[in-house]
Design a protein around this ligand. Structure first.
Ligand SMILES: [Cu+2]
Length: 298
C-alpha cells in the first residue's frame, strides 16, 4: 500500500522543525516541516519535505498534540476539515503557537476522504518551505481498502503530494518583496523531481491487471497541476473530501492549489510508462514543468 494504512489513529503528536535539509532541484535546501514526534522525518519517514501525512478515523474525536520545537511561531491549519475557529490554526482569528510552545488541536473527523493541513503563519513562505501535509480520513470501521462507507474498494493506494519550488525563495525567512512572484524551477511529486520520483516506492503506481489503484492527490503547489496516467482512463470519484455527485471518467484532470481529488484506476492491460503532473502557468495555461513517476502494470 505504499506506506499508507499503517498509522490509522485518532491521536497524533506532531512536531514542527526548522532544521531540515533536502536535495531540491539538485541542491541542498533548508526545509521547515512537521513530523510525527519521534521520527525526525517528514513524508513517509524517509524525507523531510513535504511534511508527514496523518490518517484519522471518521466520526472520532481527533487530537493533534502540536509541539513547536522551532525558533518561530507556527500553527496547524486543518484545511477542509470544518473545525471550530479555536482549532483552525489561523492566527488572525485564533492564535499562533509560540516558539517552543504547544497546543492540542481537537476536532471531530468529518467525512472519509483526502484533506490537508499546513502552517498558517506567514503562509506564503512557511507553506513553501515545507510546512504542509496530507490528512486522510478513513471510514468509521478504519478500513484501508475502502474509500468511504459505501464507497469504492481498492487493492493499491497511493498518495501524491504535489509541490513546486522556486529556488530563489530557498533562504527567505519572511514574505515580502522577495516573494511577490513565484517562479517555480523545480517540479515534484512527494518532494522528488522526476529522476527520483520514478523510482520512489511511495510515488509509483504498481499493480497487476484488474487490480484497482486508488490515487489520492493533494495539490500543495502554487500552480495548477494537470495529471495524466499514461493516457489510461480513470474515474474521478471524490473532490475535497466528498464523493463526486457524478463519477467522471477522464484521461487527464486539472487540480487547483489546495484542492484534492481522488482517482480510481483499473488497468485492463499491462503497461510500463510515465504518469505525469504538468504544472501550469496561472495566466497562459502554458506548461511550466513536469514531474513524472512510473505506472507499472503487469
Ligand atoms: Cu509556520
Amino acid at each position: 500500500m505504499a506506506g499508507l494504512g499503517t498509522i490509522v489513529q485518532s491521536n497524533y503528536s506532531v512536531v514542527s522543525r526548522m532544521s531540515g535539509s533536502q536535495n531540491i532541484g539538485g541542491q541542498p535546501v533548508g526545509v521547515w516541516y512537521f513530523d510525527r514526534g519521534t521520527s525526525f522525518q517528514g513524508f513517509m519517514n524517509d524525507r523531510q519535505f513535504p511534511s508527514a501525512h496523518l490518517e484519522i478515523i471518521q466520526g472520532q474525536t481527533s487530537n493533534i498534540m502540536f509541539q513547536n520545537m522551532s525558533p518561530m511561531d507556527h500553527t496547524i491549519h486543518l484545511h477542509g476539515l470544518d473545525v471550530d475557529q479555536q482549532n483552525d490554526g489561523v492566527p488572525a482569528t485564533s492564535f499562533s503557537v509560540p516558539r517552543m510552545g504547544s497546543y492540542t488541536y481537537q476536532f471531530l473527523a468529518p467525512h472519509a476522504g483526502t484533506y490537508h493541513y499546513h502552517c498558517h503563519v506567514d503562509t506564503v513562505i512557511h507553506y513553501h518551505r515545507g510546512m504542509s501535509g496530507a490528512i486522510i480520513v478513513r471510514p468509521p470501521d478504519s478500513s484501508i481498502t475502502r474509500a468511504w462507507d459505501g464507497g469504492p474498494t481498492f487493492d493499491e493506494e497511493v498518495l501524491w503530494h504535489l509541490m513546486t519550488y522556486d529556488l530563489t525563495w530557498a533562504d527567505i525567512l519572511n514574505s515580502g518583496t522577495g516573494t511577490a512572484r513565484h517562479r517555480p524551477d523545480v517540479f515534484m511529486i512527494n518532494g522528488f523531481s522526476s529522476a527520483q520520483a520514478r523510482t520512489d516506492l511511495y510515488s509509483r503506481l504498481v499493480a497487476t491487471v484488474g487490480q484497482r489503484i486508488y490515487l489520492r492527490i493533494l495539490n500543495a503547489s502554487y500552480q495548477w497541476g494537470r495529471v495524466r496516467l499514461a493516457g489510461l482512463p480513470f474515474d474521478v470519484v471524490a473532490s475535497d473530501g466528498r464523493p463526486m455527485q457524478q463519477v467522471v471518467s477522464a484521461t487527464s484532470w486539472e487540480i487547483g492549489p489546495g484542492e484534492r481529488y481522488d482517482l480510481l484506476l483499473t488497468p485492463t492491460a499491462p503497461i510500463s510508462a510515465d504518469a505525469t503532473v504538468e504544472y501550469l502557468d496561472d495566466w497562459t495555461g502554458a506548461v511550466l514543468g513536469t514531474a513524472a513517476t512510473r505506472l507499472e502494470i503487469t
